[in-house]
Design a protein around this ligand. Structure first.
Ligand SMILES: [Cu+2]
Length: 164
């Protein structure tokens, strides 16, 4: 095992140090908007949303037929109520759009296709704080991530370091 030095050792150390980051990524929940039906006019989007808990770090996934619908993020409650799409913050059109919920607060989404918002194709969601205080920067601030798993990579690293 004396050959496992230098680059190999560094690789192992890096790999295990990066594990918590990968795991943190995996622990964020993806909410497929509208459930199995997706981002559709026929879905009561706000009642879908009321059954979900949106936490900082989670993602919304809008699935729909590209060209038929779109996702427009609105900047205010007023714009949301009036379906005022002219003052939008962002528009997505791919049909598989991911929106990251990066902070606590309320966000407003509507379909950009003419008339769809007025027909009720809009949604208001509120993001709450995660389980752990989220400073949003470090590798060790993972929310809903077991402490044991968080520290075991460090143990593995030390083990590898001495064994190889
Ligand atoms: Cu639409």
């Amino acid at each position: 095992m004396r050959l496992m030095e230098g680059k190999c050792r560094i690789f192992f150390v890096l790999f295990f140090l990066l594990l918590p980051l990968i795991a943190k990524q995996a622990s964020a929940t993806q909410h497929v908007v509208g459930g199995s039906q997706g981002w559709e006019e026929s879905v009561d989007l706000n009642s879908w949303a009321s059954g979900e808990t949106f936490k900082v770090g989670d993602q919304l996934v809008f699935k729909y037929s590209s060209g038929l619908h779109s996702v427009v993020e609105l900047g205010s409650e007023t714009a949301y109520k009036n379906c005022d799409l002219g003052t939008s913050l962002d528009t997505k059109t791919t049909g598989n759009d991911v929106v990251k919920l990066n902070k606590v607060g309320t966000r407003y989404f509507a379909c950009g296709t003419l008339g769809h918002c007025d027909q009720g194709m809009k949604m208001k969601i509120t993001t709450v704080a995660g389980n752990a205080p989220s400073t949003d920067s470090g590798a060790f601030t993972a929310h809903s991530f077991p402490r044991f798993l968080m520290f075991s990579p460090l143990l593995f690293t030390i083990l590898f370091y001495f064994l190889l």
